[in-house]
Design a protein around this ligand. Structure first.
Ligand code: PXL
Length: 268
């Protein structure tokens, strides 16, 4: 199984490609990368970070790949730095996804009900058009709101379900706990263990692990369950071990139990 992760390289802060590569490799899946930008750190909580957009380089990389005839079982897109990049990812999907391949979009837009730096409503509208080409979309509760304009998760799921067959709203806080709202034929919700507050990079760990589980043949519901347990354990560890949450999740030592659960159910 061969995956292409389209995401940025934030050198410090454990998110995007520095998470996708180790997690997908650990799952037993080949992970190629298409870097969208190079940053000294991610943009969530750091100031003074450097940002080099790789727009021009991405085009050259894709043209070279075309000569190699590369085709992917799954393409996973995450943080995109501009509306032009969103348009280019649509092109990447058309050129490099196998006919029956899976396109997973994590519509990285914001957290705590606000946009990350540099994003606005026009960017969210463009991201929604990318979501319309995806098989799975993985917005967090903030992104679900920014994409649909509603904080009611059932209503948001219904709206997202009009454009994408498998919307998954992660970390959705309801009256009596946290849930994943998702559509898998019917609309469902899965109660998940969760810790109050936001943990930077958790969405990227979640998306990477979920893609790994899908590639190993798990049905979406099992993939979501195992992935949610992994994230929860990583978040608990981070709460204990990490002073400053902008440095990301201490997920590394939770990979082993996660893989135990994955291997027990993997069919390929
Ligand atoms: O984890 C999401 C993310 C990815 N990449 C960059 C970010 C963020 C969130 O802040 O800034 C560059």
């Amino acid at each position: 199984m061969r995956v292409l992760a389209v995401n940025d390289i934030s050198c410090v802060g454990k998110c995007s490609l520095t998470v996708a590569l180790p997690v997908l490799s650990a799952c037993g899946v080949t992970c190629d990368i298409l870097p969208t930008a190079l940053l000294s750190t991610h943009t969530g909580g750091f100031t003074g970070y450097t940002f080099l957009s790789l727009d021009e380089e991405m085009k050259k990389i894709a043209d070279h790949w075309q000569t190699l005839g590369l085709q992917y079982d799954l393409i996973y897109s995450g943080y995109l730095g501009s509306r032009a990049q969103i348009a280019f990812v649509k092109d990447i999907r058309r050129r490099f996804l196998k006919k029956d391949g899976i396109f997973v979009v994590d519509p990285v837009l914001g957290d705590n009900f606000t946009f990350y730096k540099g994003f606005d409503d026009a960017f969210a509208a463009e991201m929604l058009s990318l979501c319309a080409e995806a098989d799975y979309i993985l917005p967090n509760e903030t992104e679900s709101y920014l994409l649909t304009g509603t904080r009611d998760f059932s209503a948001a799921l219904a709206k997202l379900g009009e454009i994408c067959p498998h919307p998954v709203i992660t970390g959705a806080k309801s009256e009596n706990g946290y849930y994943i709202y998702y559509r898998d034929g019917d609309d469902k919700r899965l109660a998940i263990p969760c810790v109050e507050g936001s943990f930077h990079g958790a969405g990227d760990v979640f998306a990477s692990a979920f893609c790994g589980c899908l590639m190993r043949g798990l049905p979406p519901e099992r993939a979501l369950d195992i992935t949610a347990q992994f994230c929860y354990r990583a978040i608990l560890r981070t709460q204990k071990e990490v002073q400053d949450r902008k440095y990301g999740l201490n997920y590394e030592r939770e990979i082993y139990p996660f893989l135990g659960a994955l291997e027990a159910e993997a069919t390929r």
